[in-house]
Design a protein around this ligand. Structure first.
Ligand code: SF4
Length: 309
């Protein structure tokens, strides 16, 4: 088994080690503002997955990126460049003029070699796609899509708010305009899903036209509706051994060249209710690496906060 890591890909494309600087453009999401729903996805924290991102406006992007570079360069050397990562909530869900201002400010930074934009497949209308195409002619644009599962019953339970066809269309449209790297987020351990269902999702993503995947463990976070169901005993979370075993099976389905960006979750430990073992990052990473070594792969998984692998 040969696993292609983020580093393999960035070295191939940019010639060296690239770090991400997470930015929060102050967006919301259609699952929160009433367009699709009010409560958000059932697992989503109030931060919209951007717990570690710096808040920015077009005017402050420059300073936030400088601060991110200073922080990273105080810890590591030989950085080839940075990816401005718009992580929190739905980063294409705003008037295009506002998106343009913000993203143009980020791509204009000399050390920024690419933008990574996290969004939903149903927030990639024509105008947004035109903007992404224009940005991509300046620097490579990565687009991250939060799919989580291909199974309709789970999608309904987690209140995802769009169907699988919309994901397929989004990937086709993004590739059509030349987006070089589409990354799909998948959650391992969603309530009601069997190992086979999770494998089906990974299999589907690999064939969907996307270029990379983030596999994330389901976290039950304080203040979410998922936490209420968990407290009511409606589902169980995975043990570390179960998670590692599922990862082992999923990784076997991912061909060489399809980039594996993440193999664990990345929530705020203070908000974590379950599984508590996931708060011990060192143990989780060691367990993942042990499993990967046993498969004879060259892959070594690191987790550094600024790296966002
Ligand atoms: S679409 Fe993303 S930001 Fe919106 S509620 Fe779901 S997980 Fe949170």
């Amino acid at each position: 088994m040969h696993i292609t890591r983020t580093n393999d890909y960035t070295i191939q494309v940019f010639g060296g080690k690239i770090y991400k600087i997470a930015l929060d453009g102050g967006f919301t999401c259609p699952n929160r503002d009433g367009t699709k729903g009010y409560g958000g996805c059932i697992f989503c924290s109030g931060q919209g997955s951007g717990d570690f991102a710096a808040s920015v406006t077009a005017d402050s992007v420059h300073d936030s990126i400088r601060e991110g570079i200073r922080r990273i360069e105080s810890k590591v050397r030989n950085v080839e460049g940075y990816i401005a990562y718009f992580q929190a909530f739905t980063n294409t869900y705003a008037p295009v003029a506002r998106l343009r201002e913000l993203f143009m400010a980020a791509v204009s930074e000399e050390e920024v070699v690419a933008l990574s934009i996290a969004t939903r497949p149903d927030c990639l209308g024509e105008e947004v796609l035109e903007l992404l195409k224009e940005l991509n002619s300046i620097k490579p644009i990565w687009v991250e899509l939060g799919l989580q599962t291909i199974h309709p019953a789970t999608a309904e339970y987690i209140r995802r708010g769009y169907d699988l066809e919309e994901y397929d269309t989004a990937v086709i449209n993004l590739k059509k305009i030349g987006i070089p790297h589409v990354i799909t987020h998948v959650i391992i351990g969603l309530p009601g899903e069997t190992e086979e269902m999770m494998s089906d999702t990974v299999r589907y993503v690999v064939r969907s036209g996307a270029d990379g995947i983030k596999l994330q463990l389901l976290h039950v976070l304080k203040g979410t509706d998922l936490a209420l169901d968990y407290a009511d005993g409606k589902f169980d979370v995975l043990s570390l051994d179960e998670y590692i075993e599922i990862l082992r099976k999923c990784l076997k389905l991912i061909p060489e060249g399809f980039v594996v960006h993440r193999l664990t979750g990345d929530g705020d430990k203070r908000e974590l209710i379950a599984p508590l073992w996931s708060g011990d990052k060192k143990k989780v990473i060691n367990s993942i690496n042990k499993m990967i070594n046993e498969t004879g792969s060259n892959f070594l998984f690191h987790k550094k906060k600024d790296e966002e692998q």
